[in-house]
Each structure stands twice: as structure tokens, then as C-alpha cells.
Design a protein around this ligand. Structure first.
Ligand code: SAH
Length: 234
């Protein structure tokens, strides 16, 4: 079964964008995942294809209309669609590698990109949208967030990464940030590659990498280390 992403957006020209290049782009070309894009404007009302209106209760900005969004969602994803429906939203569940992995194991995703002040609450409820955030900052629209999410998911799909193992030892998969990397030249601007890495002693190398990963995680993200300690003690 091929992972199928359907994106609903006011800016279809943003897709595939970065997802059409390199790893994700090659995989798309090879049919290892599919992408279709629904233009929200096509479901707009009247001569001007209106998709938004002023916020109830007043205030700045505009809100995407529930009826227009629902028509676009229903045309893209029938009620029996097994794929999760995701709304990119700063108040959503934070996107992390665990959620990325869950999504990579699902048949695909329907992704709704918000714009303006956001979208009418009622369509979130009636169309069962799961809100997902890419971080504690505000983007001007959901499209870059959707691209981030899909990039992270697609690289985990079967056959997408060249070396099938390379996904497993990276930052977050082990619960730790990754150790530093080095490559030739051996000596560069007076700095040497740490000796252990050129020793050929795989056990020592693994120990060094683990120690470095712990040191960096402790310094930069003590919250991750705390989570890991809890997990290991249960
Ligand atoms: N008024 C909203 C922000 C709207 S930003 C608020 O204060 O919460 C416009 C759109 O950009 C949103 O509807 C959402 O789809 C997208 N967006 C902005 N920041 C995002 C984030 N951190 N993660 C995911 N989507 C985001």
C-alpha cells in the first residue's frame, strides 16, 4: 500500500516544492508515495470564489469559512477514508519523531493548511481534524508546516532511505541528540578527527558516540534526557 498525502491549500503552487527534490522528490517520482493537492479556492463562493469572512466577535484578520473547507475536505477525503485528517495549527499536538513514525505507518494523511487568523472551529469538530503544530512560533500559513511534516514522514517510508538502517540511529530515535560527525581530511585548520574514530575499534567507537550523545543532550536538551531516564526505569 502506497502512502497517499492529500493537501488542501489556497496556494497549490507551493507543492510539491521542496518535496519534489532530492530524497522525497525521487521517492515521489518512483511512486513510493503519492501527493495530490486540492485548491481550496475551487470551492469558494460566488464570482470571487470567496473562502474567508470576518471573525465573529470582531478583531483583526479573516477566518476560513467552514462550509467552503468542508466541501474541499469532503471532495478530497470521503467519510470512509482511513487516513488521519490533520490540520496544521500552532495550538496542535507538537510534531515529534514518535508522531512522524505513527504517520509513516498509516495509509497516508489528509493535510489542511490554514491561512489568515485560522479556520472556523466547527469544521475542526465535524470533520474530525487533528491539530498538529511544528513548533512554538507562528507561520503565515500551514503550507511550510505541511512540507516539514511530509518530509519527515516520507523519509521513513519503505525503500525511501538508501540505507534502511540510517533512520534508526539518528537524533530522537534513540531518545538522545546525535554525536558529532567528522570526515576527511584527518587534520583541518589545526583540528584533528578524534583519535578513537580512526582506531578501528568498533566497541570503543560506539562507547565514544554514546558518551558524546549524552553529553550534548545533557547540555542542550536536559528534558530529553529526563524522558529517557524515566522510560529506561519502567
Ligand atoms: N491566529 C493563529 C495563527 C494563524 S497563522 C494563532 O494565533 O494561533 C495561519 C495559519 O498558519 C494557521 O491556521 C496554521 O495553519 C498555520 N500555522 C501557523 N503557525 C503554525 C505552527 N507553528 N504549526 C503548524 N501550523 C502553523
Amino acid at each position: 500500500m502506497t502512502f497517499k498525502a492529500s493537501v488542501i491549500t489556497l496556494y497549490p503552487e507551493m507543492f510539491p516544492g521542496p518535496l519534489g527534490v532530492s530524497l522525497a522528490g525521487n521517492a515521489l517520482g518512483d511512486g513510493k508515495w503519492q501527493l495530490d493537492v486540492t485548491h481550496l479556492r475551487d470551492f469558494g463562493e460566488g464570482k470571487h470564489k470567496r473562502v474567508d469572512d470576518t471573525p465573529a466577535g470582531g478583531g483583526a484578520g479573516m477566518v476560513l469559512k467552514p462550509d467552503v473547507l468542508a466541501s474541499a475536505i469532503d471532495a478530497t477525503s470521503p467519510p470512509d477514508d482511513p487516513r488521519p485528517r490533520l490540520l496544521m495549527s500552532p495550538r496542535g499536538k507538537p510534531l515529534d519523531q514518535k508522531l512522524v513514525r505513527e504517520l509513516a505507518n498509516s495509509p497516508g494523511a489528509v493535510i489542511i493548511c490554514g491561512r489568515f487568523e485560522g479556520i472556523d472551529q466547527r469544521v475542526i469538530e465535524t470533520r474530525n481534524l487533528q491539530e498538529v503544530s511544528v513548533g512554538d512560533y507562528i507561520l503565515s500559513g500551514g503550507e511550510p508546516a505541511a512540507i516539514v511534516l511530509l518530509d519527515a514522514v516520507v523519509r521513513l517510508l519503505p525503500g525511501v532511505m538508501g540505507n534502511d538502517q540510517s533512520g534508526e540511529f539518528e537524533s530522537f530515535e534513540t531518545g538522545l541528540l546525535e554525536h558529532p560527525h567528522y570526515t576527511r581530511p584527518q587534520s583541518w585548520e589545526g583540528r584533528e578527527i578524534p583519535e578513537v574514530l580512526t582506531s578501528g575499534n568498533h566497541k570503543k567507537i560506539a562507547e565514544w558516540q554514546r558518551k558524546e550523545a549524552e553529553r550534548i543532550t545533557k547540555a542542550r536538551r536536559p528534558d530529553l534526557l529526563e524522558k529517557l531516564t524515566k522510560k529506561e526505569s519502567t
